[in-house]
Ligand binder design. Structure first.
Ligand code: NAP
Length: 598
């Protein structure tokens, strides 16, 4: 008699046993065997057979990061890796590549978002945010979620974007799996604790009894932030080649063109990226702070980088310009000043004071002696500053160029400077070392095709990335139309990179230039006035597929410019306000409206 198993791919007894399984058990086994053949089933090997075959199905998790400087993206990535190592079914995506309409179809959504200074989500999170807050927001019954927010408590709307996402998802019917966590600038400890809690929770609710064979192999990583050998924790020590003024002595402020040599670092950047500058504080300012606090500078503190003396810590690690409400309240408690105590109780006055008063201003106006450790603990960590890169490597090779406005801070009858802008404009000499890293900005990219028209709107130092764009379009031999909207105070004094724009116009690469001078005539003229003035041509360019880019101040300019663009879309396109908003959101989702604003 022949062996009944010989003509079967699996033993007959096994096929008989299989026929007694439920559909869910069969589905589980199919995934298990497929995963095992791909070497990924170890996560379930130790499970008791009954539990593995009979339990709840696994749930899918989508982790969405909305990040401006990469921190929220880093948290999302870390969480995803931990979930993957638990063999959960997880997909990581940046909000910029996420289609908001997908949300209602999700099972579990985890959002990691930062917040801009004015309480808005970072640029890549705007479409998702405006979809959720718009008229077409979906019902989210059946979706579960968790949110972690990053922010800076020295700004009034601390972690507002995280609060918005968390609140709105709940209002739309989604199930909150865990309380939101709001993290401050020094976020690592809080975010690590939240990640651990989230992994435990998600294992519990999403693991299914058969723990995720599918997850071990099906996680699709759509993470878009690029990795580099150098980053903010490991910056490259570059050399300052030159720093020279772009404005005349009559401009009333200083804006510098800065060139930095990346030498043989191998550092690569794309136009649209930013350069991180590791900054420090000038020794005169540190001396002044020490004197006002009654410290010699030799006192030791326990800091983030171990034990250090307070002089070094103030120079390298502490933000001396931007105070937090918490520090101000703590300082007021022992300053013996009724005025200051009243001020910290009044939210509006506190906000105003905080926005304009550096540490020396506080110490001078409300003097008191401070212990070194208390001073250190109260100050924000000195974060690297990001500048939009003003060059293309196609043109400048191993160099990187920046356009830096020197920030003036008035206090005690003197003018102090922003930490990084002061470093790049004043304190560094040619040939000095400067620590840098490239911060990729994948949400601010030229169109793939050189034939696509572009509209660039960048008043003030917001012009920086557009100098890079033009160098790139030139190097690529791009044929598409280029239209620049630039504005500043006076034509004569602060037309940044004037000669280069003339050259581009004369060579035919720059097709249209719309200039707005705010202090040349009786009335202020801003870039948005120029957009309205050219409404018909602007609309036509949009209709022809133009990509629109905005760079510069987020708090007022970017909002006013967006208003003007919406007006053009509404008036020229014959749309009502809601349709115009939706039209602009569609442009955003199609990467045809990109902003680099802060
Ligand atoms: P600025 O001198 O403050 O302003 C440049 C021009 O814009 C001036 O003519 C100014 O006019 C005008 N302006 C003022 N309010 C405006 C508004 N609501 N809409 C349109 N134009 C307006 O500019 P800046 O100092 O060079 O830089 C501006 C900001 O952009 C800074 O906050 C900087 O941090 C930011 N920035 C961001 C990026 C980025 O996101 N990557 C890059 C570069 C700069 P008046 O002063 O005469 O009113």
């Amino acid at each position: 008699m022949s062996d009944p198993n010989s003509s079967m791919p699996v033993p007959v007894q096994l096929t008989e046993q299989l026929s007694s399984l439920t559909a869910q058990q069969k589905a589980f086994l199919a995934g298990y065997l497929w995963a095992e053949s791909n070497g990924a089933a170890s996560a379930v090997v130790g499970l008791p057979a009954a539990a593995a075959v009979g339990g709840a199905p696994q749930r899918s998790i989508t982790v969405i990061s909305a990040s401006a400087t990469g921190n929220a993206a880093g948290i999302a990535k870390k969480l995803t890796e931990k979930l993957k190592s638990e063999a959960l079914d997880v997909t990581l995506t940046s909000a910029g590549s996420y289609k908001a309409r997908q949300l209602a179809k999700e099972d579990i959504v985890v959002i990691s978002t930062s917040t801009q200074g004015d309480g808005e989500p970072p640029e890549e999170g705007v479409p998702l945010h405006s979809y959720l807050f718009g008229k077409k927001a979906p019902k989210l019954d059946g979706v579960s979620f968790a949110v972690i927010g990053l922010g800076d408590s020295s700004y009034p709307l601390f972690c507002q974007a995280g609060i918005d996402f968390d609140t709105k998802l709940g209002e739309l019917g989604a199930e909150r799996l865990m309380d939101r966590v709001d993290c401050d600038v020094d976020y690592e400890a809080a975010s690590d604790a939240w990640i651990d809690a989230a992994v435990a929770k998600l294992k519990d609710v999403a693991g299914g009894s058969g723990a995720a064979v599918a997850g071990a192999v099906s996680a699709v990583d759509t993470y878009t932030h690029e990795e580099s050998a150098y980053n903010k924790d490991n910056p490259y020590t570059a050399t300052l080649l030159t720093s020279h003024p772009l404005v005349t002595d009559n401009a009333g402020r200083i804006i510098q063109h800065v060139e930095i040599d990346l030498d043989e670092s191998g550092l690569q950047y794309q136009v649209g990226d930013a350069l991180g500058i590791v900054t420090n504080n000038p020794s005169e300012l540190v001396d002044e702070v020490l004197g006002l606090c009654g410290l010699s500078g030799d006192e030791n503190i326990e800091g983030r980088a171990g034990t250090a003396n307070i002089r070094q810590a103030l120079a390298q690690q502490c933000d001396l310009n931007q105070l937090t409400p918490k520090f101000l309240a703590d300082y007021a408690a022992t300053a013996g000043s009724d005025d200051l105590s009243a001020l910290v109780e009044d939210k509006d006055k506190l906000q105003d004071f905080q926005a304009w008063t550096p540490l020396v201003g506080l110490l001078d106006a409300y003097p008191q002696k401070l212990e070194a450790q208390r001073l250190y603990d109260g100050l924000k960590p000195l974060a690297p500053r990001l500048y939009s890169i003003a060059s293309s490597q196609e043109e400048v090779g191993e160099e990187v160029h920046l356009c830096v406005g020197l920030v003036d801070i008035e206090a005690n009858g003197r003018v102090y400077h922003g930490s990084a802008s002061g470093l790049l404009s004043n304190r560094l000499e040619e040939g000095d070392e400067v620590q840098v890293f490239v911060e990729p900005n994948p949400r601010f990219r030229l169109p793939e095709s050189g034939d696509t028209p572009v509209i660039m709107i960048g008043p003030g130092t917001g012009i920086a990335p557009f100098r890079a764009f033009m160098q790139q379009r030139n190097a690529d031999g791009a044929q598409g139309r280029n239209w620049l909207f630039f504005g500043n105070r006076n034509y004569r004094d602060d037309f940044l990179y004037h000669a280069e724009w003339i050259e581009y116009r004369d060579s035919g690469l720059l097709h249209d230039v719309s200039l707005a001078w705010s202090r040349d005539g009786e009335d202020k003229v801003y870039v948005q006035d120029k957009i309205r003035e050219n409404a018909e041509a602007f609309w036509q360019a949009i209709e022809e597929g133009a990509h629109i880019y905005v760079c510069g101040d987020a708090s007022r300019m970017a909002k006013d410019v967006e208003r003007a663009i919406l007006d053009v879309i509404a008036e020229q396109g014959g749309k009502d306000e809601d349709d115009a908003v939706e039209y602009l959101n569609e442009l955003r989702e199609a990467d045809r409206y990109q902003r680099d604003v802060y």
